[in-house]
Structure formats: structure tokens, C-alpha cells
Design a protein around this ligand. Structure first.
Ligand code: SAM
Ligand code: SF4
Length: 330
């Protein structure tokens, strides 16, 4: 089996699977407040179709899977999918990204199905700002979800916080303290041009450098973690007092495209080689049209071999992708 290597020599062993484009909250940097255009239910892949695709991907050298959405926990019996994916030979890492709202109720079941690694999305500990960002009043449910995961023994637990300028500056330090007290890494994600309403502007990006300066000033010195996986998207820093670390996904100010090892499967069965890709490969038609595994594998190879060198956010050439974040799968 030849691995999935693109024309720039990048090896692809990481697949992010979106299981739905629906969501129970409405973060402004992802979804519109009303009249969200969701995929017709019959277009969304079944768990059997997702499992088959993941097996084919594992046969092509994929080793890591991450389940995402939309909000994956709104999909019925997600634990059933976790069990199926965990059983695929070759998959040695399975993780979930969730907004945490439904987590307290499902954390036990997901753990029993074999899930250990979880990223929970939380931008603020302030109830009013949470409501402003997500257009829902669910902060306490997310906090309960985080506590449930700690109690059950998930690890590592990470928190994803989207960093929008002139909005979340008061949250950067409290989140880091929250993480330090609980052994949770906060990963600050620079605001990317993936929102459904075209609100993104370069000057709405709170940069990794600005956040690092705030943390160093208010909490204490940080140093970059040495010997980390060069293909991981986050740059990690630890506090030099030995208590905790933070990560930055600085897609805008420190693009990491040259090390990218990721592919994406959308909820409606399209393979994308980049969050920002304009083109994509329809595998739902193949999965449902009786195509043999080899034909689906060949379609994935073609997709990877056409991968571009990287997104050009901030340049004149940049064109936002036709799908917003919730429809791609973050
Ligand atoms: N609903 C789940 C959640 O919120 O974690 C999973 C899907 S969501 C699309 C995945 C991640 O995308 C979230 O953790 C959020 O931090 C991030 N995200 C969404 N919109 C973004 C944007 N415009 N820029 C940067 N990150 C974004
Ligand atoms: Fe839903 Fe996640 Fe998008 Fe927020 S970022 S609207 S939680 S899919």
C-alpha cells in the first residue's frame, strides 16, 4: 500500500469526519443566527457508510480519526459509531470535537465505547459573552460536560477557544487559569474566514503573539514546548512555573500548511484536502452507487494528489470556501 502523499511530499494520515452539519447552538463565527441551510437528511452519510469510508482510508495509511461537525453529539447513537471506528485495524487514535452542551449526558456512554481524547469548545467563562457568541444560554451545560469528562477520566481533555479581536480579550487569561487549575490545555484558535455571514476581517483576528503577551504579562513566562510533533497544527507553550500549557492554532498569522497531514470527510460525503479548499471529491455517489473499495480509494488518492500548497488567507488571491465551517467540519 502506497501512503497518501501529495505533490509537495506531505503524507496524509489524519482524517476528520463530520457526522452532521446540524448544531444546537449558533456561534456567530460559524453559523448564521437564523435560516441555516442544512443538508437534506438523505444526503448525510449513515454510520455504515462512514465506517466503510474510514476502513478504506485506514487501508491508505490513515491512522488518526477525529469526529466533528456541526455538533456531533446531536447525532443519535454517536457511541455506536465510536465503537465501529475504534474497531478498524490501523486506527490508533480516535478523538472528538464537541461544543460540550450535551456532553454531561453522553460522556459515560462515549467513554464506554472507547473514546478517550476530547476537545471541548469554550470561548469564555462569562455567561453574557457566551450568550453573545453562541446566541444560546448554555455556559453551565458546557462546564458540566467538562466536569463530567474529568470525573470519568478522559485524557487529554483540551478546550478550543476561538479568538476574535475586540471581543474575547477579557477571556484569554481566565481561560488559561481555568486550564491550569484542572490540567486542561487551552487551545486558542485564531478567527478564520469560515463564517457563514462573511463577517471575517483580518483586523478581527486576535493573534497568537498578542495572546502570548497577555498570558506572559498576567500569569508568567512561557516557553515553547520542545520536540513536539511538527505536523500538529498547534504550537504549544508551557508556563515555566511547571503548571500547565496552552496551544495556539495560528492559521492566519503562522500558517502551518507545509506540515499539513489532514483530510476531511463532510457530513454529506465529500472529501476535502483543506478547510479552505474550493474543490472537493464526491464519495457519497461512489459509496451509494455500488463502487468497489478500490474505486473509492482511487478517488481519495486523486483528491490528495491535487492538493494545493496552502491557503492564502490575507493575500489578494484568497477566496473563502463555498461552505462555512459547520458544513465542512472543523
Ligand atoms: N460543534 C463542535 C465544536 O464547536 O467544537 C465541532 C465543530 S466546530 C465547526 C469545530 C471547531 O471549529 C470549534 O471548536 C471552533 O473552535 C472552531 N471554529 C468554528 N468557526 C471558526 C472560525 N470561523 N474560525 C476559527 N475557528 C472556528
Ligand atoms: Fe456549532 Fe461548533 Fe459551529 Fe459553534 S463552532 S455553531 S458549536 S458547529
Amino acid at each position: 500500500m502506497t501512503p497518501l502523499i501529495d505533490s509537495f511530499g506531505r503524507r496524509h494520515d489524519n482524517l476528520r469526519i463530520s457526522v452532521t452539519d446540524r448544531c444546537n447552538i449558533r456561534c456567530f463565527y460559524c453559523m448564521p443566527e437564523e435560516n441555516v441551510k442544512f443538508e437534506a437528511r438523505e444526503h448525510v452519510l449513515s454510520f455504515e457508510e462512514i465506517e466503510r469510508f474510514a476502513r478504506i482510508a485506514a487501508g491508505l495509511g490513515v491512522r488518526k480519526l477525529r469526529i466533528t461537525g456541526g455538533e456531533p453529539l446531536v447525532r443519535k447513537d454517536l457511541a455506536g459509531l465510536i465503537r465501529k471506528l475504534n474497531a478498524i485495524p490501523g486506527i490508533d487514535d480516535l478523538a472528538l470535537t464537541t461544543n460540550g452542551v450535551l456532553l454531561a449526558a453522553q460522556a459515560e456512554e462515549l467513554y464506554a465505547a472507547g473514546l478517550r481524547r476530547i476537545n471541548i469548545h469554550l470561548d469564555t467563562l462569562d455567561r453574557e459573552r457566551f450568550r453573545q457568541i453562541t446566541r444560546r444560554d448554555d455556559l453551565n451545560r458546557v462546564l458540566d460536560g467538562i466536569e463530567a469528562c474529568r470525573r470519568i477520566g478522559y485524557g487529554p481533555i483540551k478546550i478550543n477557544a476561538v479568538a476574535v479581536k475586540n471581543l474575547v480579550e477579557p477571556d484569554i487569561v481566565p481561560l488559561a487559569r481555568f486550564g491550569r487549575e484542572r490540567g486542561i490545555e487551552i487551545r486558542y484558535i485564531e478567527f478564520m474566514p469560515l463564517d457563514a455571514q462573511g463577517l471575517w476581517l483580518r483586523d478581527k483576528v486576535l493573534s497568537a503573539d498578542e495572546m502570548l503577551a497577555m498570558l506572559a504579562r498576567e500569569i508568567g513566562p512561557l516557553e515553547e514546548v520542545p520536540d513536539r510533533d511538527p505536523r500538529a497544527p498547534a504550537t504549544e507553550y508551557r508556563f515555566t512555573d511547571g503548571v500547565g500549557s496552552v496551544g495556539f492554532i495560528a492559521s492566519v498569522t503562522r500558517p502551518f500548511c507545509l506540515n499539513c497531514n489532514r483530510l476531511r470527510l463532510t457530513a454529506d460525503g465529500h472529501v476535502r484536502y483543506c478547510l479552505f479548499a474550493i474543490e472537493e471529491t464526491d464519495v457519497r455517489g461512489l459509496l451509494r452507487g455500488g463502487a468497489p473499495d478500490e474505486e473509492i480509494a482511487a478517488a481519495v488518492r486523486t483528491c490528495v494528489s491535487g492538493k494545493w500548497i496552502g491557503h492564502q488567507i490575507g493575500s489578494q488571491q484568497f477566496v473563502p470556501p463555498p461552505r462555512p465551517m459547520y458544513s465542512i467540519g472543523g
